[in-house]
Design a protein around this ligand. Structure first.
Ligand SMILES: Cc1ncc(COP(=O)(O)O)c(C=O)c1O
Length: 397
């Protein structure tokens, strides 16, 4: 219940509630085991031990060595560190010749796209790969974009707006064949897709704990052993000198617990979310006219928790406000740009018109949702879309 309204939360791609079991595991590290892990006395060393344990747990889940896991403040930092850190290391290694070249895709989160823009401002060369109508990047386009001076490719595992799942194994194999490092933003994949970095063949991978029922403000960057990466903030020598700053022990412990739970529930979570997402899409199609699905058809190229639809003639943001009044939380475009009515760069890259993009809603289901909630949400959507359309048709032109 929120503010006395029945609350149906359909925005799990934006964030998830922290699992109470995770909060419980974190609690002692705020109060009793509060020492700085760099301190040599007992309470500090107890913090260090918790940090080491968390790194081991996470490393085992990702198929990585402990030393390959860097703790960060979230995926925004991880993505920035991956792009800027690898590009700078490439420049430092080779100051002569053409500028190092970085490839990203057009449907990346802004944490990658803006980092790529910042890299381009430092006179690196950047290519933005297009996607198809479903938001998928082609292996052929990637092949063609690689140059002798390409140092890094960054393509997300699964898209946060339309749930498109990239063929990461194939894309990473191309990078490896051509001797280029490959980074993936795997934020939206956790709990739904396999995360083994060896099977995926990636060199760097970003995660953010609050997307998988962990706490906000903590994430990680996997960096394959031997990958040259320059730290991005000056400070202490934490995280093997690659990320200065006192480690956030309670949040890191929470992230390890949340990742363990997400992995153990993965199959059940995929079944639960696909059941609810499919029901929601069926209900919406049955009762709301003039609606289109954005992104891949439900199936193996789409995250099971994601639905993204455009309602003809409707402003997504207006519909969101109406839904909020009925106790349904969803998102128009990407959550990080909510409050900004620019059409989504992802939907535009997929070929939608500005009007179609602005008419979109993202509905992402999660652990706590029930079939009853989904049926109620569909009725709320029908009501809000009908009202929004009738208001739009009576507005003076
Ligand atoms: C795909 C993706 N990458 C990166 C981020 C940024 O994560 P954070 O805000 O936790 O740093 C998000 C958050 O929306 C995301 O969905």
């Amino acid at each position: 219940m929120t503010y006395g309204l029945p609350s149906i939360y359909l925005d799990h791609a934006a964030t998830t509630p922290t699992d109470p079991a995770v909060v419980e595991v974190m609690a002692p590290y705020f109060t009793t085991v509060f020492g700085n892990p760099s301190s040599i006395y007992q309470v500090g060393q107890d913090g260090r031990a918790a940090l080491d344990r968390s790194r081991r747990t996470i490393g085992a889940i990702l198929g990585a060595r402990d030393s390959e896991i860097l703790f960060t403040s979230g995926a925004t930092e991880s993505n920035n560190l991956a792009l800027k850190g690898v590009a700078w290391a490439a420049r430092l290694a080779k100051s002569e010749g053409p500028a190092p070249h970085v490839i990203v895709s057009a449907i990346e989160h802004h944490a990658v796209l803006r980092a790529a823009e910042a890299v381009a401002e430092q006179e690196f060369d950047v290519t933005v790969l297009p996607c198809d109508v479903d938001g998928l990047v082609s292996t052929e386009n990637l092949h063609q974009a690689i140059r002798p001076e390409t140092c890094l490719i960054s393509i997300m595992y699964a898209n946060n707006e339309v749930g498109a799942i990239q063929p990461i194994g194939q894309l990473a194999a191309i990078a490896r064949e051509r001797g280029v490092l490959f980074h993936t933003d795997a934020v939206q994949a956790v709990g739904l897709l396999p995360l083994d970095v060896q099977a995926l063949g990636v060199d760097l991978l970003s995660l953010s704990a609050h997307k998988f029922y962990g706490p906000k403000g903590v994430g990680l960057l996997y960096v394959r052993k031997g990958t040259a990466i320059r730290y991005q903030q000056d400070g202490g020598g934490q995280e093997s000198g690659r990320r200065g700053g006192t480690e956030n022990v309670p949040l890191i412990v929470g992230m390890a617990e949340a990742l363990t739970r997400a992995e153990s529930l993965r199959e059940a979570y995929a079944d639960h979310t696909s059941d609810l997402r499919n029901l929601l899409w069926e209900e919406i199609q049955a009762i709301v006219p003039d609606v289109r699905l954005n992104g891949p058809d439900p199936g193996e190229s789409r995250l099971t928790n994601n639905l993204n639809v455009s309602f003809r003639g409707v402003q997504g943001e207006t519909a969101l406000l109406g839904l909020d009044m009925q106790g349904v939380s969803a998102s128009a475009g990407s959550a990080c740009t909510t409050g900004n009515s620019e059409p989504s760069h992802v939907l535009l890259a997929m070929g939608l018109t500005e009007d179609e993009a602005l008419a979109s809603l993202r509905l992402s289901v999660g652990r706590g949702n029930t079939r009853e909630e989904i049926e109620d949400a569909a009725v709320a959507i029908q009501d809000v879309i009908a009202r929004t359309r009738s208001l739009a048709s009576t507005e003076p032109r």
